[in-house]
Design a protein around this ligand. Structure first.
Ligand code: ATP
Ligand code: MG
Length: 341
């Protein structure tokens, strides 16, 4: 309760007055104090009113980065589906494509990506050219010549962004964080899609985020690289961005019936221990490729497919600020027991 009151920036006395006014009660200040230190339970209507009061506050977007230096693990698929699920639940979403391959941009704009570049509206214009980020955003539904309108706001990418890696300038690794500042109050969530390497663009994305999610395929060689991205996150936390939190490792293309996949998941879980939660795996499913071939996002085309529902549940937890769904113990424990024998 104290946390909520601090968000509201009011004293105990001011909070008491506001609650009495809204609920027609006559609580006194010591009552608020007893709720805060847990000596008395908070009545349900007071709790609901407090939640409503904080929800209506202007607040800053939470930035979530999908990162892993390994290619093809589902970073872009996860970024697109999480962004689409958040947006469908009414959240204001900006997707920032930080990958020079521009996979997310092409998925969302098709040929319109070329037009975005022609108009000077890509992340390379921001990071290399000093354009302001709000000026380059392509708004939800805004149709560019030869292309489609994205279903949520998009900061597009272009191959030029690759030049970032050769640039030297003071504090360059926090350039994205700085660029996002004027956008923060316009969104609830900013989703950052990172490229498949541990270069400057990945550092920038990690330095700008509050939450990092690491998509990993449940393939033996893929999980071996997890240590590298984790140690990068650690360095970014220490040196650039203490607010960064490792939200979890997201197993993708998971085959529940494949013993290799189950073993890899169990190994990963043992290796991580308390270091990182293993999130509910996204099953291997044709819906993602199918949606992509039609220039769509699976959350839009197959919202009830089991694999898509994993992203929907993940987005719901993010939106509610609750713990992210974890891999169920029954996926992991029997295999851990077997391996331990
Ligand atoms: N759960 C899944 N089941 C089946 N196929 C998937 C799944 N998730 C992603 N894919 C497919 O795997 C391929 C790689 O996915 P994606 O582009 O999201 O990975 P990435 O990590 O962003 O790749 P890159 O490192 O090149 O940016 C795509 O063809 C995508 O459709
Ligand atoms: Mg990608």
């Amino acid at each position: 309760m104290r946390g909520l009151r601090q968000q509201l920036r009011v004293s105990q006395g001011e909070l008491k007055d506001e609650l009495n006014r809204r609920l027609g009660r006559s609580y006194d200040k010591p009552k608020v104090s007893r709720w805060e230190n847990g000596r008395e339970p908070i009545p349900e209507d007071v709790a609901a009113e407090l939640t409503a009061m904080t929800a209506s506050l202007p607040h800053d977007a939470r930035a979530i980065v999908l990162a892993n230096q390994k290619g093809g693990v589902g970073k872009t698929t996860s970024a697109l589906n999480i962004a689409a699920a958040l947006s469908r639940s009414g959240r204001r979403v900006l997707l920032v494509d930080m990958d020079p391959q521009a996979t997310a941009t092409i998925a969302l704009l098709a040929e319109g990506g070329v037009e975005a570049y022609r108009q000077g509206r890509t992340m390379s214009h921001v990071i290399l050219g000093g354009a302001s980020l709000p000026a380059i955003v392509i708004r939800a539904g805004e149709e560019l010549a030869h292309g489609r309108g994205p279903p949520f706001d998009l900061a597009a990418s272009h191959i030029d962004l690759a030049e970032t890696d050769g640039r030297r300038e003071p504090g360059y690794d926090v350039a994205l964080r700085e660029a996002l500042e004027p956008c923060r109050s316009n969104y609830d969530f900013i989703v950052l899609d990172a490229p498949p390497n541990l270069g400057m663009l990945t550092w920038m994305a990690l330095a700008a985020a509050e939450d990092a999610i690491i998509p990993v395929r449940t393939e033996p060689y893929d999980t071996m690289g997890v240590g590298l991205i984790l140690s990068t996150i650690n360095k970014v936390q220490r040196r650039l961005n203490p607010a960064l939190r490792l939200a979890g490792i997201l197993p993708t293309q998971y085959g529940r019936r494949k013993s290799v996949d189950r073993e890899v998941l169990a190994h990963l879980s043992m290796a991580m221990g308390e270091k990182a939660p293993i999130l509910e795996p996204v099953p291997d499913s044709a819906v993602f490729g199918h949606a992509a071939r039609n220039g769509r996002i699976a959350v839009e085309t197959s919202p009830t497919a089991p694999a898509v529902l994993v992203y929907v549940r993940l987005a719901q937890a993010l939106a509610a600020g609750s713990p992210l769904p974890r891999a169920e113990a029954d996926l992991i424990e029997p295999v851990v027991a077997e391996l331990g024998e």
